[in-house]
Design a protein around this ligand. Sequence first.
Ligand code: F6R
Length: 247
Amino acid sequence: MANKIKLQILEDAQAVARAAVAVLAEQVHQRPDAVLGLATGSSPEATYAELVRLYREEGLSFARVRSVNLDEYEGLDGDHEQSYRHYMQKHLLGAIDIRPWNTFLLDGMAVDMAAECRAYEERIRALGGVDLFLLGIGTNGHIAFNEPGSAVDSRTRLIELSEATIEANSRLFTRADEVPRRALTVGVGTIMTSRRLLLLATGESKAGAIAAAVEGNVGAQCPASFLQQHADCTFLLDKAAAAHLSR
Ligand code: F6R
């Protein structure tokens, strides 16, 4: 099957953020009640900062937008500083006019995780699906927390994080034993149902994963490689993240 990923290689992380904001703002203009899929982590931080600026200074309204997030750590409630709910409130959702009841994240404290995952899939369906999903990529090729080994048709579930991911996440926790070892994540199959995908990657640490995702064989060894089969997927890369691409 032909590789359909569209690539934009930009000068630096700021240029990546500007390009991402242009796509997101256009999506919201086009459909004010769009369903946006959102990622956490360092990759989208500058993008969210610029969206907040557009809201404050240029009147971009999110009043009718609905949002769903990719993932959440098991065992952290929304008030925990490292929870993704907390991250989203701080970097975007708490700083724009989106209505709190239109923002959806997985609940890392759910008593019945299987039921929580089923309800999340049902929620996405009830919203009419995701118009545009913003993604980052792990150094091991994960998208959301779909670690290597995740199937193309995987759905929202509780997953064991890989050692590489636990190691990467540990930079944000004060003690190693605090770093969650499991997380709730939407599946590769859930992501693939989004109408559009936008993946952001910056810095040389992502270059290997980007090369594997864009030019490697499609397969569970690099979950991001499944994006080659999506009809409308764009990667926004800075030069460092694109450094291992041959084409
Ligand atoms: C976060 C997520 C992860 C990150 C990835 C990259 O919601 O789903 O897949 O996008 O781990 O993280 P950063 O951007 O911190 O390098």
